[in-house]
Design a protein around this ligand. Sequence first.
Ligand code: PLP
Length: 453
Amino acid sequence: HNRTLSERDRDAVLHPYTNPIRHQETGPLVISRGEGVRVFDDSGKDYIEGLAGLWCTALGWGEERLVAAASEQMRRLPFYHLFGHKAHDPAIELCERLLALAPVPMSKVFLTGSGSEANDTALKLIRYRANALGQPQKKKVIARDRAYHGVTLATSSLTGLAVNHRSFDLPDPAVLRAACPHHYRNARPGESEEDFSTRLAAELEALILAEGPDTVAAFFAEPVMGAGGVIVPPAGYFAKIQAVLDKYDVLLVADEVICGFGRTGKMFGTETFGLRPDIITVAKGLSSGYLPISAVLLSEKMVAPIVAEAGRIGTLGHGFTYGGHPVSAAVAVETLKIYAERDILAHVGRVGPRLQDGLRGFANHPLVGEVRGVGLIGAVELVADKATKAAFDPARGVGAALVARAQQHGLILRAMGDAVAFAPPLVISEDEIAEMLTRFARALADVTAEVIK
Ligand code: PLP
């Protein structure tokens, strides 16, 4: 090949979440290897991965134990499946470990390959259960504005971001939409976090009553919304939402795809924020992103009717070829062992405040409207006017400019509008957090100079 990787990429690859026209000018950032919290491009330049790839590489790059677990399993049994009464030991062990870790009692685990597949499976099993219980009308689901639950045809409609709907003829109008619990943006003047939470719970109740409680099956929620801008729930939010769901027999699905396995400081966001889910979906950190795998944890309330219905029909007519893939499952088991052995929760407890305090150090900056976060996830939102919270004209692309500057300074971040997210590998050290914040400060100074000039 005489042509560069960048040229070959532009000719061959259609990229997700990328402007394909601009990509022809800019080309890709080609990442060729990783080590710890850093990745290196094809020229050898290093970057701190401020988002752990896509919120997933919790153990950082180069974890040899995961490589060994994969290669051992690859040699012994590279493929098998769980269809038709078959089983394999990595899947069994993984399901046992997930049940043992679950933050609320769970009965069974269904293994899938991605976060989208896990949530899609949750949607299908909710529908299956409704039919099993003789409640065929109780199937509507509620998801929130700015939620991210995936991009399959069904889960895209749960996702509450316009870019995932536009020109795809989505969302499905059968998906009901609840408000995003972002106090900074959506609270009324003077409304406390508690009062805001009370109002959102009342709005949820009004929605359920308007639709008819006998038609509403489930409410989907990320404990901390990730792709929607790192939205940490306001005080009292989930307790008040949970009370409404309980009152109308509406299931709660906790999408722990980002929050699961320590990101918020506890093993699950469910624990950090006091949810009582009937279904939990996990992915990403489950294998530290090393191989694709995800899981749906199901309470007895789900399992009993599903088992009865599948027994009646003769089989559970759902499952993916790669669901619980043995190599992925072996890597996930090893990942969970490492989290326990290295006490990842204690580590996040030690270094999380360093990130949160560091980010809050930018709160007085003239362009910073809000700093938010918990554990090892956070965001800094830039605004045109701090006093009025007025946002920049989206056409200016201020968030994207900040991310581009950060990349020049050796830090990979992700912009969600003008909010920039941080979710580094959970193994990040205090020194590495300090270095990440220094690189961010340089990028913010550059953008400030450009915006204010
Ligand atoms: N749910 C949440 C909370 C996510 O953040 C994501 C991906 O970012 C998904 C679901 C979808 O996961 P996947 O991209 O593996 O399909």
